[in-house]
Design a protein around this ligand. Structure first.
Ligand SMILES: [Zn+2]
Length: 244
């Protein structure tokens, strides 16, 4: 009996296509000649992190947006894949670039990574991505505030929370990153990196910086100043045999 609407087609009319297998409904079976699917899709990122995503059809690297650049770009094209049907039978198909992009970016939109409508991101797309990322970071910060209030436990705060606070310049006790102290070359005590004067022995560690702040001996001759008259070298002793 052919009461199934997918198989019952009036004579002379093309049959309806079979529905895709239920367990693969997340993947569009596409062919390169598919007219509505562009061959290449551009992913733009304003995240300062590199992202690597592994799939059966490849490992994808979404590059970090370099400092001073408006965005980083990854171009995706369609990739072949195959369903294993068992008995050495495989069903090859092509995953469209758009389908790959949507799959890769599921969790990354919050970080300012998105699929461009065109070959390059527009100003509006970039602004919207930045607004979305900032809103995400604000949510993370208030989440961490709540966790911190409960027990002041650094272990509950993730790197993502700290990154959000540092990125938005929000000072938080839980986001405090201890400075790596350096040794004062004069006295050996620990000092903050980049300070002009050692707080322990008061040695000038950065003379121009110290002078800027009115510290140190600016104007007075420095140690490397005028050289003292050269001392006459002691007369070279003629090699002689040591007295016995
Ligand atoms: Zn010192």
């Amino acid at each position: 009996m052919s009461s199934n609407p997918f198989f019952a087609s009036p004579p002379g009319e093309p049959r309806h296509p079979l529905p895709p297998p239920a367990n693969r409904r997340d993947i569009i079976l596409d062919s390169p000649s598919h007219p509505s699917s562009p061959a290449t899709v551009a992913i733009a990122s304003i995240s300062d992190q590199d992202w690597y995503i592994s799939r059966t059809h490849g490992v994808y690297h979404i590059p970090a947006c370099a400092k001073g650049e408006p965005y980083a770009l990854l171009l995706l094209s369609a990739r072949p894949d195959a369903l294993d049907l068992g008995d050495n039978r495989r069903f090859p198909f092509v995953i469209s670039a758009r389908e790959i992009a949507d799959d890769l970016l599921q969790d990354l939109h919050d970080h300012g990574i998105f699929v461009c409508a065109g070959p390059r991101p527009t100003k509006e797309e970039l602004a919207s991505a930045a607004a979305g990322r900032d809103a995400f970071y604000v949510r993370l910060i208030s989440e961490a505030d709540v966790m911190w209030a409960r027990g002041h436990s650094y272990r509950e705060i993730s790197d993502l929370h700290r990154r959000a606070a540092i990125f938005l310049g929000m000072e938080r006790e839980w986001a405090y990153v201890p400075l790596r102290m350096v040794d004062c070359p004069a006295c050996g005590e620990k000092v903050k990196p980049g300070v002009a004067v050692c707080k322990h022995c008061h040695a000038i560690l950065d003379a121009p910086k110290a002078a800027q702040h009115g510290l140190g001996a600016a104007g007075t001759p420095s140690v490397a100043g005028p050289t003292a008259p050269a001392q006459p070298e002691p007369p070279a002793r003629a090699p002689e045999s040591a007295p016995k």
